[in-house]
Design a protein around this ligand. Structure first.
Ligand code: SPV
Ligand code: MG
Length: 332
């Protein structure tokens, strides 16, 4: 069970976004990985579209339907007490899809959603980025407004992700889009970049100033010291896919080794013990609950058919057998 927190998850996320100090969201893609993010100490979870798709064996091209995504993140939200920000791709359709998405996410305990200004079905930003068409600004603003109007919790967070740098449009377009999305009501701007250095996002932040919080995803410019992001005044850093990628590498290694060795001997010591799995599933809580809710376990004898019933059945079978066998025996 997730531990209790005195603030709503939406409020926690909103405060994190608006807090001038740099905060971090860590990627998760399942209930288990979400729990690990929380246990590691992170105050928020990024439900990555890339990672959820990859872990389910499909592409990051909206091959998962939006309701499959909502069902999936519901597990992650249910078992954690820190807020979860869903990578909502393009909002899975038009403004109407966005309204429905926001309502469903609120019902499932998700604290916020980030939508990107590309076209449905989207493609991951690191695959043929420059070939990707961007959404029309007015249409995307309508989606943001529809989402903000649909939320029933004032603290539910909607982040607008600008893909202008990814698509090769440059700083002016990035600023124009950020300004429009901010005016449409986005709580923050996620400025994405596929460069190996932070020049694009630093140039944006310098020009943007503190108009509203800015979120970054340093997957490609990972060598930049975090202190630079802090000094530049970013609000949130998203470590976007590193649990998925680390588990992938570990699973490949384990599968290969067991296949080659036809034995578990050399892997047993380096995989998580079963006790750790049971702990993360909170088995002790169920054992406690059983004590509270199940009737006192009956004595073993009373759980098998009564002795008398057993004897009667045996007598009936023996009697029938005797009847069947008697003529045969008599005739021998
Ligand atoms: C994701 O994690 O799915 C993202 C971030 O959208 S990225 O893959 O960097 O586009
Ligand atoms: Mg994504």
């Amino acid at each position: 069970m997730a531990r209790q927190h005195c603030l709503k998850k939406t409020t926690q996320l909103k405060r994190m976004v608006y807090n001038p100090e740099l905060s971090f969201l860590m990627e998760a893609h399942s209930g288990l990985s979400a729990k690990l993010v929380e246990e590691a100490g992170f105050h928020g979870i990024w439900a990555s579209g890339l990672s959820m798709s990859a872990m389910l064996g499909v592409r990051d091209n909206n091959e998962l339907s939006w309701s499959q995504v909502v069902d999936h993140v519901a597990f992650m939200a249910e078992v954690t007490s820190v807020p979860l920000l869903l990578d909502g791709d393009t909002g899975y359709g038009n403004f109407n899809s966005m309204r429905r998405l926001v309502r469903k996410l609120e019902q499932r305990g998700v604290a916020g959603v980030c939508i990107e200004d590309k076209l449905f079905p989207k493609t991951n930003s690191f695959i043929r980025g420059k070939a990707q068409p961007l959404a029309e600004i007015g249409e995307f603003c309508g989606k943001i407004r529809a989402g903000k109007d649909a939320q029933s919790d004032d603290d539910f967070v909607i982040i607008a992700r600008v893909e202008a740098f990814i698509a090769g449009w440059g700083l002016d377009e990035a600023l124009k889009r950020a300004e429009a999305y901010h005016e449409a009501g986005a709580d923050a701007i996620l400025m994405h970049s596929a460069r190996r250095d932070p020049s694009e996002i630093l140039a944006f932040k310098k020009a943007w100033g503190n108009r509203c919080p800015v979120v970054i995803v340093p997957t490609k410019y990972y060598q930049t010291p975090t202190e630079e992001f802090r000094q530049a005044g970013f609000s949130l850093v998203i470590w976007a896919n590193h649990l998925m990628r680390s588990s992938l590498a570990a699973m490949q290694q384990t599968a290969r080794q067991i296949f080659l060795e036809q034995s578990l001997v050399s892997v047993e010591e380096r995989v998580a013990p079963l006790e750790e799995v049971f702990r993360l599933q909170d088995e002790p809580e169920l054992a406690e609950a059983e004590k509270r809710y199940l009737p006192v376990t009956p004595a073993p004898e009373s759980r098998v058919p009564g002795r008398r019933a057993f004897d009667e059945v045996r007598k009936a079978i023996t009697g029938s057998l005797a009847k069947v066998l008697a003529p045969a025996q008599g005739g021998a």
